[in-house]
Design a protein around this ligand. Structure first.
Ligand code: 13P
Length: 252
């Protein structure tokens, strides 16, 4: 189980430090559950320092697919590594929708993350319109196929995929446990086709979209749900801690 918090564009430096300290404390009883936080770039260094000596891992929310250079405003994989990040989110729907990232952009970012030993958390998910039209599987399959182009199977063993239906993000509406399980099982089947049985079966598939303490159990109890990527509820250490606690019930 992996419980990951995506803080998005929330928390200034001081609030980030306080929240990080709260998460560190809440994660003390996480046991086998892996805990990750993804703060804004500006707070990554400080949050890595707060987490030092604990098992809580830290990740970036995106990256630029070059090592360095004239790319004003961007942050590279080596920079993320240099402050202590282990993971990076790629292809979040907000990056796709608000910042125009294409499937090809997601692929180059994922490859760049791999090149620098960052674990990519690849986000996929359909919009409400696409689900209403019954196209959710086609959309997710296309996103997966494009994002994994040229990815070496040997390099994919620690890949993380997050299924985040766009209609459930920040809306308070979650996928039902049945909808989540059905899509996760579909993603699993596509991954085993692409990466082979043993690697595909080992990929952690997280659910994201209004996961809260009160609905975490029904989602995390599903066979192919291996954790959560949590937005709003990751901004309160007590809520995030409550979700971590639920996840501890599902570790082997
Ligand atoms: P919410 O939990 O706020 O719906 O956000 C989910 C998300 O986008 C995590 O990346």
């Amino acid at each position: 189980m992996l419980i990951a918090g995506n803080w998005k564009m929330n928390t200034d430096l001081s609030k980030a430090r306080t929240l990080a300290a709260g998460v560190r404390k809440a994660a003390e009883s996480a046991g086998e559950v892996e805990v990750l936080v993804c703060p804004p770039f500006i707070s990554l260094d400080a949050v890595c320092q707060v987490m030092r000596g604990s098992a809580v891992q830290v990740g970036g929310q995106t990256l630029y697919p070059e090592d360095s250079g004239a790319f004003t405003g961007e942050v590279s994989a080596p920079m993320l590594r240099s402050v202590g990040c282990s993971h990076v989110i790629v292809g979040h729907s907000e990056r796709r929708q608000l910042f125009g990232e294409t499937d090809e952009d997601v692929n180059t970012r994922l490859l760049q993350a791999r090149l620098h030993d960052l674990v990519p958390i690849l986000c996929v998910g359909e919009t409400l319109q696409q689900r209403k039209a019954g196209n959710q599987r086609t959309v997710v399959e296309e996103q997966l196929t494009a994002a994994l182009a040229n990815v070496d199977i040997a390099e994919a063993d620690d890949l993380v995929v997050a299924y985040e239906p766009v209609w459930a993000i920040g809306t308070g509406e979650t996928a039902s446990p049945e909808q989540a399980q059905a899509m996760h099982a579909f993603i699993r089947s596509r991954l085993t086709d692409r990466l082979g049985q043993s690697v595909g079966a080992g990929v952690a598939i997280l659910y994201g979209g209004s996961m809260k303490p009160h609905n975490a159990d029904e989602l995390l109890s599903q066979d192919d749900v291996d954790g959560g990527l949590i937005g709003g509820a990751s901004l309160k250490a007590s809520d995030f801690g409550a979700i971590i606690n639920v996840a501890t019930g599902y570790t082997a």
